[in-house]
Each structure stands twice: as structure tokens, then as C-alpha cells.
Write a protein that binds this ligand. Sequence first.
Ligand SMILES: Cc1cc2nc3c(=O)[nH]c(=O)nc-3n(C[C@H](O)[C@H](O)[C@H](O)COP(=O)(O)OP(=O)(O)OC[C@H]3O[C@@H](n4cnc5c(N)ncnc54)[C@H](O)[C@@H]3O)c2cc1C
Length: 412
Amino acid sequence: MGLEKGGMWRNWVGNQYCVSQFRATPETEAEVAELVHEANRRDLAVRVAGSGHSFTPVVGTNGLLLSLERLRGVQSVDKARRQITVAGGTRINEIGRTLKEHGLSLTNQGDIDSQAVAGAFTTGTHGTGITLGNLASSIAGMRLVTASGDVLDIDGTDLDLLHAAQVSVGSLGIISSLTLNVMDAYNLHERLWRDDFETCMERHDELAANHRHFGFFWCPVPESRHLYCLPDTSAVSSTSKTADVCEMKVMDITTAAPMESEFEKIAYSSEVYPIEYVPNFVELEYAVPLEHGKASIRAVRELMLTKHTNCIYPIEYRFTAGDPAWMSPFHKQDSITLSVSGGPGIDYWAFLKDVDTILRGYNSRPHWGKMHFLDTQDVTDLYPRADDFRQLRRSLDPKGRFLNDHLRMLLG
Ligand SMILES: Cc1cc2nc3c(=O)[nH]c(=O)nc-3n(C[C@H](O)[C@H](O)[C@H](O)COP(=O)(O)OP(=O)(O)OC[C@H]3O[C@@H](n4cnc5c(N)ncnc54)[C@H](O)[C@@H]3O)c2cc1C
């Protein structure tokens, strides 16, 4: 498997790009290992591009950029153990389709399903649900091609190693396959409606406790909804207001038959989770300790209503349970996630920085794939296992073969 001439790569929204010297699209784990040996011989940095849905510089390299689009597919399904093994480049939507055929489901999913599994799971991607961990918490094992070109089989017998690898942003090696814990197949019943902001705050605890999934978008102005392609829920609105309202969503497991109307849907799990987005925003998202959820959205809402009135993308607000992964934004911390977006045509940096200042005040931890302003010391302060992670990373990759400048600062 030879190296091809590289060239330009850009992410989904186009706020990150790189020009690499070489690229390659390996089809097997052995080819990945061979490429790492070649990179060692030529002293090239190596990164993998998943589907490019991260907003942060977590992919770029001027060395060798790999795509695992040919190393994909469900490799095995163990229905009795409720586990599947998938190749690293498999898209989440391909997993959903195969699981459905086998009477199984992923435990939770995020807002889109087009990401590559290794890219999405190992940046700490999450859905919503106060009792549900992020997607990485369902990783039972993985196979990593390390900097020496050897394969490290992480099978969960060494829990520290598993918890280090679950959220590792491609910095420990190239993930050729992942083994995931899954569930018996379930249908989800989704309901959408609109509420006043204050009503939403009053119902916050009750809705989070009584539904498997609860989340909402706060829309400062009526146009906000269009920017994220949200449906118009005015017909099922509990408020006459059109601005400063929350577009609400709950989802619960049901045995009822599939159905679909404008604001209600029952279908197989993976057919309910994803929603549509168009690449017109740059997003920042932090995991805020659960007890500060309501205070944090009040503070960011106030900022948007008073200081940054031209920032009209919705705030997305969701819930995620804590998990043991060392570098997970939810490490041992039940959290809400709060995201804001900058839109094209405005200079959004002052807004994102002000939101960062507010959320840092609550000891919040950013999503590795969404905009943030952390440096080396911040990571050390926010993640109790950060130095253990860095030590492990250095032992697996002493020359930093799998780092770029951004990751070297955070995890090097
Ligand atoms: C429209 C949109 C909706 C989103 N919705 C959500 C959401 O609901 N919840 C949420 O939490 N996040 C969400 N995200 C963020 C997104 O899930 C993450 O940024 C995710 O990492 C993107 O996956 P990807 O396949 O595009 O990975 P990339 O962005 O391509 O890569 C992410 C990282 O993984 C590494 N990587 C990829 N494959 C491998 C591999 N095989 N081995 C080693 N390293 C690898 C890359 O080098 C990089 O460091 C959303 C993003 C967008 C643009």
C-alpha cells in the first residue's frame, strides 16, 4: 500500500483545513500498520480524518493524512453478549442499519449520524438523557495501531487502558476497530413542542427525570429556528410568544407501533435520533456540571439578549451522565451540555470568548470537537487524569507521531 500525493483537506463546515504531503486510504488493519511503518521511515506525522465534523483543529497535519473510508463495516455481531465490532471508518448510520436487522440498537445517539464511529466516539460525542453516558461509554474495546506499527488490543481487562482510550481524540494511535456494547432493539417515541423560557426552567428537573431523553433549543428570535432547520412547533406551542422561547423535545422507549405526524414520531431508535443541519455555523459546546445547568443558560441567555444581540443561533441544551473515561468532558460528572454558534457574516469571536468566560466559571469542560479556548494548564486543571493520560500517550508514541500542534498543546 503506497502513499499517494496529498493535497488539501477541509472539514464539513470549512473552518479548518490542512495541506498534507501524502494521503492514503487503507483497506485493512495490516495496511494501516504498513503505513505507520512508512511514516516512521520518512519521519512524517500521521492523522486520520473521520467525516470532518469537528470544528476544532483535531484532524489537520502536513504529514500523512489517512482516510478509513475503505476500512468500514460491521465486522461481527454477538447478539447474546449484546456487542458488535465495527471497523474504525464505519459511519454511525451504517451501524444503525445493521443493528436493526439483528434486533439490536445503540444505547444513545447524537443529533447527526453521518460521522465515522472512531472520530465521533473518541471526541466524547453525546446525545441527551440524564441517565445516559456519552457514546464513548459504550466502547467495550478497540484495536489500535500504535506508533511502533504494532497492534494494541484493548479488551477491557485493563480498565485504566480502556478508560484512557475511550476519549483520546486520535492521539494514542489509529483505531482500526471498536467493540461496542449495544441493547435489544427499541422504538422511540419523540414529541416536540414550544414553551416559554421560564416554563422550561420550571419544568427542567421534572422533564429530565421523567423522560429517557430531554433537551431543548432556546431561540432568542423567530429566525433562530431556521438557522438550525428546526421544525415550526407553533401549532403545538404552550405560549403565544415567538421570541425568547424553547423548542422542546422528549423521547422515550415505547412498544407502540411506528407512526409519524408533524410533531410526533414513533420509529426504530436510529431512525428517530438524527436531525438535519446545513454547514452554516461554527459551534462551541461545554459540559457544565448538572447543578449549574439552569444558572449557566440564564447567564448565556442574558449575554445574548443584552450584549451580543446579533448572535441569534439557538442555544442547544442537553443532558449527559458522568462516565469514567479519563479525558471525557463528563469524567465523573453528570452534566448538561450548552452549545452556542457563530454564524457566517459576523465576527463571532468576542461572543464565543464571552460564553467561554461564563461557562469556565462553572468548571465546565469543552467538547473536543467543538470550539474552545483551552491550553495545557486548563486541561491539567479540569481533568484529574490529564497527566496520567499524557504519560500513557508518551509511552505509546514517544516521538509524537500522532500529534499536531493543537493536540500537542492539549494532550502532548
Ligand atoms: C452538524 C453537526 C452535528 C453534531 N452533532 C453532535 C451531537 O449531537 N453531539 C455531539 O456530542 N457532537 C456533535 N457534533 C460533533 C461531532 O460529533 C464530533 O466533532 C465528531 O468527532 C465528528 O466525527 P468525525 O467522524 O467527523 O470525526 P473527525 O472530526 O473527522 O475527527 C475527530 C477526531 O477523531 C480522530 N479520528 C477519526 N478517526 C480515527 C481513527 N480511526 N483512529 C484514530 N483517530 C481517529 C481525528 O483525527 C480527530 O482527532 C456535531 C458536529 C456537527 C458538524
